[in-house]
Design a protein around this ligand. Structure first.
Ligand code: ADP
Ligand code: MG
Length: 445
């Protein structure tokens, strides 16, 4: 549904905005995924993302929100496979189509060979390999959990790719839990539940479901998923699921679904250590055909504490700049090219930017957030702005208090209140996480 919304927004941007200015950029963006009210777009490299954030983002949001009638969080993901001379995704990623449905495709580049093993992910990697070699033998279901950008999707796809490599006729279904929901809604609307069940329960040997946490509070989908799960499990089919937290910690996930995950193995992925980060960078540079000196790899690895996606983003930027300037990659160049995105200067890490963004999400004025009014509509965004400012900056409570022209205890209270409500109310949690993502902040806890 959000994909359709994106298509509509593109059409309207093309119709009313300056074609010459926007078309080349619009061309190179692709719909990547969506959850609830947030959309992730894929762009070919970090430079594009930076430019788009600065110049196109607000326009896109305006059109999206006008179509949707409610706030939308928009974020970007790098997909180096999207070439600059944009071609439809199907052409560029040369992905083998596993099922006619585009959502079930595996990315051929996400394999065990391209996955760098370090001490944060070695158990997850070993469990996935085991499952790929002997599906439904030892660990069924296998549940992978870990923070954003730590390789969950990569491993899930590696399992699928390996199983297909061993047996090209195997029916491997890879999908995000979001896709599962959308498929289900579509099937209900079109009265095609039999077809839906048939595909998931009978024409599927391996089911790989990514980001299960989005099913929190979606009762109907969970119910259907439990049935699918039971049918597959009873038939000896392998199930691998990923989530951003330990199953028991996903609020809004029904007990009978959570308890299913205890039947198998639950493994976590931790952020990679320094050596692993360097190895990942070198591996990625090799894939890009770039020569990455060791000191530069260390320099980049030092600047990013864990999220591999961010790590890749920094590398992409360095590679892209070196390419633009027709220079080899050097430590000096990397310093210069990355200086613009020092962590503390990233947009999500600036109080003004945070206030503006939160205000936009709630359709209130930034000045009101900073102001003194205490009406209900303004208190929640104000507290959230304080919460994100605390998360996204290194500022102390007293410093934050000065930013918001309030006592530091007010900020402290706001942060605690949001944390508390976040735990108690899954819908609120989703909203907070969505805004956090649009601010480029990492999820906490
Ligand atoms: P998640 O699904 O956990 O958010 P992804 O699997 O999408 O994370 O990983 C983000 C990016 O980092 C992907 O491009 C992935 O290929 C890459 N990546 C993550 N971990 C590794 C690793 N250990 N070795 C190589 N690439 C990795
Ligand atoms: Mg993922």
């Amino acid at each position: 549904m959000l994909r359709a919304l994106w298509d509509e927004a593109c059409t309207s941007v093309r119709a009313v905005e300056d074609q010459q200015l926007f078309e080349p950029w619009l061309e190179c963006l692709r719909f990547h995924s969506a959850t609830d009210r947030s959309i992730v777009l894929a762009a070919p490299n970090r430079l594009y993302v930076d430019w788009i954030r600065e110049n196109l983002h607000a326009v896109l949001l305006r059109h999206l929100e006008a179509k949707a009638g409610h706030p939308i969080a928009l974020s970007y993901e790098l997909d180096p496979l999207l070439s600059v001379a944009a071609k439809p995704v199907v052409d560029v990623d040369a992905t083998p189509v596993i099922d006619p449905e585009p959502t079930f495709r595996l990315n051929q580049r996400k394999t065990f060979d391209t996955f760098v093993v370090g001490n944060g992910n070695q158990f997850a990697n070993a469990a996935c390999r085991n499952v790929a070699e002997q599906p439904a033998c030892n660990y069924n279901p296998l549940f992978l959990f870990g923070g954003v950008g730590l390789g969950k999707t990569h491993l899930l796809q590696a399992v699928g790719n390996r199983i297909r490599e061993r047996d090209p006729s195997a029916h491997v279904l890879y999908m995000s839990a979001e896709d599962f929901t959308n498929e289900l809604i579509g099937a209900i609307q079109k009265k095609r539940m039999d077809e839906f069940r048939d595909r998931f329960r009978r024409r599927c040997d391996v089911l790989l479901v990514d980001d299960i946490q989005v099913l929190a509070t979606r009762e109907r989908t969970q119910e259907e998923f439990v049935h699918t799960f039971n049918a597959l499990h009873a038939d000896g089919k392998q199930i691998v699921v990923s989530g951003d937290r330990y199953p028991k910690d996903i609020a809004g996930l029904e007990d009978r679904l959570r308890s299913r995950f205890d039947w198998g193995l639950v493994v976590d992925i931790q952020a990679p250590d320094m050596e692993t980060r360097v190895a990942i960078l070198q591996r990625r540079a090799l894939e890009e055909g770039a020569t990455l000196p060791r000191d530069v790899a260390f320099f980049i690895a030092q600047r990013c504490d864990g999220n591999v996606r961010e790590l890749e983003g920094l590398l992409c930027r360095v590679v892209a700049f070196a390419g633009f300037h027709k220079e080899p990659i050097t430590l000096d160049g990397a310093r210069r090219w990355l200086s613009a995105i020092r962590p503390n200067e990233a947009p999500g890490h600036n109080v003004d930017h945070i206030v503006d963004q939160v205000a936009r999400h709630y359709r209130v004025k930034s000045t009101d957030i900073r102001g003194k009014r205490r009406t209900k509509e303004i208190v929640e965004p104000r507290q959230l702005a304080m919460y994100f400012a605390r998360q996204g900056t290194d500022l102390s409570y007293p410093e934050l208090g000065r930013h918001f022209e309030r006592d530091h205890t007010t900020v402290l209270y706001a942060v605690e209140k949001v944390e508390c409500q976040r735990r108690a109310d899954p819908a609120f949690e989703l909203r907070v996480d969505g805004i956090g993502r649009s601010l480029g902040l990492k999820k906490k806890g």
